[in-house]
Design a protein around this ligand. Structure first.
Ligand SMILES: NC(=O)c1ccc[n+]([C@@H]2O[C@H](COP(=O)([O-])OP(=O)(O)OC[C@H]3O[C@@H](n4cnc5c(N)ncnc54)[C@H](OP(=O)(O)O)[C@@H]3O)[C@@H](O)[C@H]2O)c1
Length: 437
């Protein structure tokens, strides 16, 4: 056995405390698998007085995270503080000093990857981040290593547990969005401020990280087209069910003739699609590879223990690959997304993408309405696949599903429909995914 790997832990909250417990409670297995013991030597927190229930001596705690990064007894830094400040400065300092870093910080990876990978290159140190997407699901390693021999054509994922929980409760129990959100908050699934989840920011950050790996090109959160679930109504959920679909918040990325498209939005998917059965707080990513075909990774996308298994897996990888002199040898500093390692691919604007659409409209119940609506669709070359009328009089609604059309045509069509006298409201437009090639 070589020398132990000494870990400095920045943050001891949900993920940090679970990481500490696994390192101590699974120490024998971890040592066997890593080839060396992995030991927690220092821990930085904000509040030194907090009771944490972790098996670490109190003398190892500090409230100065920079002291942990600079400690000569720390070989590797685990950043599970979250946010940008001071996490960015801490990671950059560690990497620049040649200390590998393991992080779960999706926000940072999706917005400041250039600085992070530049520091990794400068210091010749690895930056591993399996825990940043999909919690306990080994999605990053699968894409980067197991699928390295294939070309990923497309991935479609449920990567936010809070919104999936809300949509599941709306679908299965008829809850309103507000009631489902309140329940998710009471159960600890959703933050007090749910904006990052409900508006799709969290999913967009994860989509950017995964797309960077899948398509060997830098993608940041700002490149991702994003719509949250705020506009999904009880009617949409119920029509979806009756038409054989389920509504999910999806992160979708595709390679298209050398370009890449990345988007996050609610969509209907066929009830028989593997992603449709991903319920409550679970996450899954459905990948389509050129040679491997379709495959899906499914599991707990959040929570201290699942996420900590990804952190510990990264630590074991670092320990296994440590060079003779204790230096890093994995070379992830030059993996996709690092500056200059791959040519940039164009990110396709949403207007150029195409999909099927579901429409829900409130209309006047009189002859000729359908003809006027059909004429608008025809003018904009959006072809209708199926149409239903529901209710009578002031309650009349038209539901329709289109064939594939571009977003540009769709927007023009919606604009025109809003100007038709007998259409009192275009209540909803949702994309329909995985329905037709
Ligand atoms: N929770 C999950 O399920 C999950 C899943 C995937 C990824 N992640 C990511 O993992 C990271 C951590 O999440 P979490 O849920 O574990 O967060 P958390 O429970 O809020 O823990 C954050 C920890 O960081 C410490 N901290 C905050 N500011 C600090 C500072 N300036 N100096 C030193 N310590 C500081 C806090 O100290 P105190 O305890 O003293 O306040 C706390 O221990 C985030 O990037 C998150 O996005 C979380």
């Amino acid at each position: 056995m070589g020398t132990e790997l000494r870990v400095g832990l920045l943050g001891c909250g949900n993920v940090g405390a679970a990481t500490a417990r696994i390192l101590v409670e699974h120490a024998d297995d971890i040592e066997r698998r890593a080839g060396v013991p992995i030991e927690l030597t220092r821990v930085a927190v904000r509040d030194a007085a907090k009771v944490r229930g972790v098996p670490i001596q109190s003398s190892r705690f500090t409230t100065d995270p920079f002291a942990v990064v600079r400690d000569p007894d720390v070989d590797v830094v685990v950043e599970v503080i979250g946010g940008t400040d001071p996490a960015l400065a801490l990671i950059v300092e560690a990497l620049t000093a040649g200390k590998p870093v393991v992080t779960a910080n999706k926000e940072l990876l999706a917005t400041r990857s250039t600085e992070l990978f530049a520091a990794a290159e400068r210091g010749g140190a690895d930056l591993l981040y399996e825990a940043s997407v999909g919690g306990g699901i080994p999605i990053i390693r699968s894409m980067r290593e197991s699928l390295a021999g294939d070309r990923i054509v497309r991935f479609m994922g449920i990567v936010n547990g809070t919104t999936n929980y809300i949509l599941t409760r709306m679908t299965e129990d008829g809850l309103s969005m507000a009631a489902a959100l309140a329940e998710a908050q009471a159960l600890g699934f959703a933050e007090a401020d749910p904006t990052a989840d409900v508006e799709g920011f969290d999913a967009a950050a994860k989509a950017a990280i995964l797309a960077t790996i899948a398509f060997d090109t830098p993608v940041v959160a700002g490149d991702v087209y994003r719509e949250g679930i705020g506009a999904v109504g009880a009617d949409d959920i119920s029509f979806a069910r009756r038409l054989g679909y389920v509504v999910k918040l999806l992160a979708i990325a595709e390679a298209q003739n050398g370009d890449v498209s990345v988007r996050v939005h609610p969509a209907m998917i066929p009830a028989e699609h593997p992603l449709a059965s991903v319920r409550e707080g679970f996450n899954a990513v459905f990948i389509e590879g050129e040679r491997v075909g379709p495959l899906m990774l499914y599991g707990r996308g959040a929570g201290g223990d699942p996420t900590a298994t990804s952190v510990v897996g990264d630590l074991i990888e670092l320990a296994r690959n440590r060079g003779e002199a204790g230096t890093s040898m994995i070379g992830h500093a030059t993996h996709p997304g690092s500056p200059g390692s791959y040519p940039e691919r164009r990110i396709r604007p949403i207007d150029e993408l195409s999909s099927q659409y579901y429409f829900l409209m409130r209309v006047a119940d009189r002859p000729g309405v359908l003809a006027a609506i059909a004429a608008s669709f025809a003018t904009h070359e959006v072809s209708i696949k199926s149409v239903w009328q529901e209710g009578h009089g002031a309650e009349a609604q038209i539901v329709l599903i289109t064939h594939r059309a571009t977003e540009r045509s769709l927007r023009a069509c919606v604009e025109e429909l809003r100007g038709i006298d007998s259409v009192s409201e275009v209540s909803s437009v949702l994309r329909v995914e995985a329905g037709e090639p």
